[in-house]
Design a protein around this ligand. Structure first.
Ligand code: HEM
Length: 185
């Protein structure tokens, strides 16, 4: 069965929706891990109730939002590449696929963290998890720059300004969170 001419655009539309859902899920999931770890400072039944609730929220978020977002992104990407296989030979696409692979490994690692939190043997601290949560931001910036600029990836001062701003914002968020934790402890 021949696909209509606009099929490529439908795949791309759903691919971008998938990306938004996937990233929303990844960002919120690790934020829940941070709350989960910090709930261990509570005591008794309150702690037990919070830990149970966070585990439930994490499982639902991962299985109902994050993983379906990833599946939609990847399956629509396969549709795009099937209709336009020559893209696979382009340098920017190969670099993009490398970063997407790292992102998928990150996704899988989040599942491992979720299970270790549920089994109460997670060794990560809130501060470390906050730093970990910056990783998908980096992948997002690199991948979106690759799809926008393709083989003309800019190396001008504007690029370094954008990257510098992203790093500055990430560091400021980390430092502010650390300052708030120290003030409250
Ligand atoms: C299995 C992984 C992926 C593959 C194989 C893939 C492949 C593709 C392909 C073939 C296109 C169409 C390119 C064009 O028409 O010029 C595309 C578009 C796009 N992809 Fe992906 N992609 C993947 C994952 C991602 C991820 C993780 C992100 C975001 C972080 C992303 C963001 C985008 C965006 C924003 C576009 C629209 C670009 C445009 O048309 O201007 N993709 N992708």
């Amino acid at each position: 069965m021949a696909l209509p001419p606009e099929a490529y655009l439908w795949f791309k539309f759903l691919h971008i929706i998938g990306v938004v859902v996937w990233f929303a899920g990844l960002f919120y999931l690790v934020r829940l891990f941070i709350y989960h770890v910090e709930a261990k400072e509570l005591e008794g039944e309150v702690q037990e109730a919070f830990l149970k609730q966070y585990s439930l929220m994490e499982k639902r978020l991962a299985n109902i939002i994050t993983t379906p977002g990833m599946i939609l992104t990847v399956s629509m990407a396969i549709g795009l590449l099937t209709l336009q296989p020559s893209l696979l030979y382009q340098g920017w696409m190969q670099i993009k696929l490398f970063f997407v692979l790292l992102l998928i490994l990150y996704h899988i690692y989040c599942y491992r963290l979720m299970n270790s939190l549920a089994n109460e043997n997670c060794k990560w601290t809130g501060g470390q998890l906050r730093a970990l949560n910056e990783l998908p931001t980096l992948f997002l910036v690199i991948v979106v720059m690759l799809v926008v600029f393709k083989n003309n990836f800019p190396t001008s001062s504007a690029t370094w300004l954008v990257i510098g701003l992203v790093v500055f914002m990430a560091l400021s968020i980390q430092l502010y969170a650390r300052h708030r934790r120290l003030r409250n402890s």
